[in-house]
Design a protein around this ligand. Structure first.
Ligand SMILES: Cc1cc2nc3c(=O)[nH]c(=O)nc-3n(C[C@H](O)[C@H](O)[C@H](O)COP(=O)(O)O)c2cc1C
Length: 547
């Protein structure tokens, strides 16, 4: 067992990514030749892997990375841990003569009322149990695109504090880049991509390649600026045993577009070698390979590496000082990173990818090894969506409703949005209007559920594509209405223009007729011919109603 633990709780992977990075960075500062251990000293674990909170005293120090969900609540992987923690008596660890220390970094979004609720709650409980907190409580704010900035600043302070307290023998750091990977070219056959032969159970590390049964555009605007599509997947349940409950989430692994892969491989000088099979093996223990070995450069970049991730200020600063000898290019990057606000304005808020950022400075002026990006960007993350079908109605099929992320001003397009656009194009051009595409998916359970057997009215409030899970709930209630008494549903739905982006218009009208007064649809139109109306205006109007 290692003496130090880095423990994360995460819904969509941000905290996990930071925890892995933190362990990796601190390991890099330790001179392992002068310390009698063969393994790394910082182990990374998901919070759900800690069987009981009493076990926390096994480690000298625990560095927590905790994300908040719901209304300042724990992510699903952290719920059980937090509940058990709350049941321990005051000063639990002190009374047992244990001296335990922790650091805390929370991931949250300041637009939520309970900003950092989950991290705050764990911190409070640990202090009550006489865990001693070291350093500053770090808070990463996703709300103003500052999460990575906040993290980098906290990391710098925390690592130097831990170095002093734990008295590690330190390696001398320079601007020199030392790769954490060993790269060898190979003439072997490529390993199977996303091993399709692995059967159930399907999960994040073993997604199911689901066939797209149907894809349709739900919006109706001339220039398709805000396009929303419904995608239906065949779950092939008899074979896969994949199940979901209405209100759950579906996660999809997108792949990077060929043009993005081309730009990226040109940047790292490997486009001409794109089909070369390579073995890229991590040297230390802190990074695990997230791609098959051996694999071609092209496939690593297309299916596994997050090449469109947002570059951090620290990363660009390092590139300026380490990977270019061109003074003009260097100076331009140094200016860009001079302070957090300039960087956020010029890079982060413009959604610049690394290829787009460096292209105007000339790819030939940089000599950046692909391994640097493998360390910095990591694995292509799955994208999570609310399921918009009812499992009671269709157990063998799952629908999701996706708004395609496209910003014509900054030329930004989301990775999955681009892929869906391509699939729509393929469908349009194929003669029989059919699609033959499979995408890697898995299911994620959630706490978002209809009340059980309640006769109370149900109030559903949403805007735009937020109607997705409500469509599933409404369809489910309509199905139940055949055999049972149901609650009255009030839907408050904000949209821009009824004739353009009223998603599921016909479906909702049909259900409304069928439910005979038990579904009330209230539309707030913000860009229609009349005055701007938002859902809050309708709620204010109807607040006297007896919901
Ligand atoms: C549905 C939802 C609810 C959220 N609720 C909160 C919240 O109550 N408080 C908060 O500080 N952040 C909240 N967040 C923001 C996330 O904590 C933040 O984006 C974080 O970086 C996600 O980390 P993860 O990828 O590790 O799950 C919420 C995000 C989502 C999508």
């Amino acid at each position: 067992m290692t003496p130090y633990l880095v423990c994360y709780s995460s819904q969509t992977g941000t905290s996990k990514k930071l925890a892995v990075d933190f362990a990796h960075e601190i390991e890099q500062t330790i001179d392992h030749d002068r310390i009698p251990t063969e393994e790394n000293m910082f182990e990374v674990k998901n919070i759900s892997e800690i069987e009981k909170p009493e076990d926390l005293s096994c480690w000298i120090l625990i560095c927590f990375f905790i994300s908040s969900y719901g209304d300042g609540e724990q992510c699903s992987d952290g719920e059980q841990f937090y509940n058990s923690l709350r049941h321990l008596e005051n000063d639990f660890f002190k009374k047992r003569g244990k001296q335990c220390e922790f650091t805390m970094f929370g991931c949250g979004n300041s637009l939520y009322d309970s900003y950092q609720g989950a991290a705050n709650n764990i911190q409070k409980e640990l202090s009550r149990l006489s865990f001693h907190e070291i350093g500053k409580f770090g808070k990463g704010d996703d709300g103003c695109n500052m999460l990575m900035e906040d993290y980098d600043e906290w990391k710098l302070d925390t690592i130097s504090l831990l170095q002093k307290l734990l008295k590690f023998p330190l390696v001398q750091r320079t601007n020199e880049y030392i790769s954490q990977f060993e790269v060898t070219e190979s003439d072997e056959a490529e390993a199977v991509l996303f091993d399709k032969s692995t059967g159930p159970p399907y999960h994040e590390d073993n997604p199911f390649f689901a066939r797209i049964k149907n894809i349709e555009v739900l919006t109706n605007n001339e220039f398709d600026v805000k396009k929303v599509v419904r995608v239906s997947f065949d779950l092939e349940q008899k074979k896969t045993n994949l199940r979901y409950t209405t209100g759950d989430h579906i996660a999809v692994y997108p792949s990077n577009s060929e043009s993005d892969v081309r730009s990226f491989l040109k940047l790292v000088g490997l486009w001409h070698k794109r089909n070369q099979i390579v073995r890229i093996i991590p040297v230390g223990h802190s990074i695990r390979p997230f791609y098959p070995i051996p694999c071609s450069y092209f496939n690593i970049c297309k299916y596994y590496l997050e090449i469109n991730a947002s570059p951090s200020r620290k990363m660009i600063h390092f590139i300026a000082n380490t990977f270019t000898e061109d003074d003009a290019a260097k100076q331009s990057l140094v200016n860009m990173t001079s302070n957090a606000e300039t960087f956020a304005k010029n890079v982060t808020s413009r959604h610049l990818t690394i290829s787009k950022l460096l292209e105007p400075l000339g790819y030939k002026n940089f000599n950046i090894p692909i391994t640097f990006f493998m360390e910095s960007f990591g694995k292509l993350k799955p994208r999570y969506y609310s399921i918009s079908s009812s499992s009671l109605e269709f157990s063998d099929m799952v629908d999701m409703t996706v708004s395609l992320d496209k910003d014509s001003d900054s030329h930004f397009e989301g990775v999955f949005s681009k892929e869906l656009e391509r699939i729509l194009d393929d469908k349009r051009t194929s003669e029989i209007c059919q699609i033959d595409t499979r995408l890697p998916i898995f299911m994620e359970t959630s706490k978002f559920r209809l009340p059980i057997n309640s006769k109370k009215p149900i109030l559903l409030i949403c805007a735009g594509v937020g109607v997705a899970p409500f469509r599933a709930f409404i369809r489910e209630i309509a199905l139940k209405s055949k055999n049972a008494e149901i609650s009255k549903i009030y839907l408050y739905y904000g949209l821009r223009r009824q004739d353009e982006d009223f998603l599921y218009f016909e479906e909702l009208n049909e259900i409304k007729k069928k439910l005979d007064g038990m579904l009330e649809v209230n539309i707030a139109e913000s860009r229609g011919a009349g005055p701007k109306v938002y859902v809050q205006n309708l709620l204010e109007r109807d607040r006297i109603q007896n919901w």
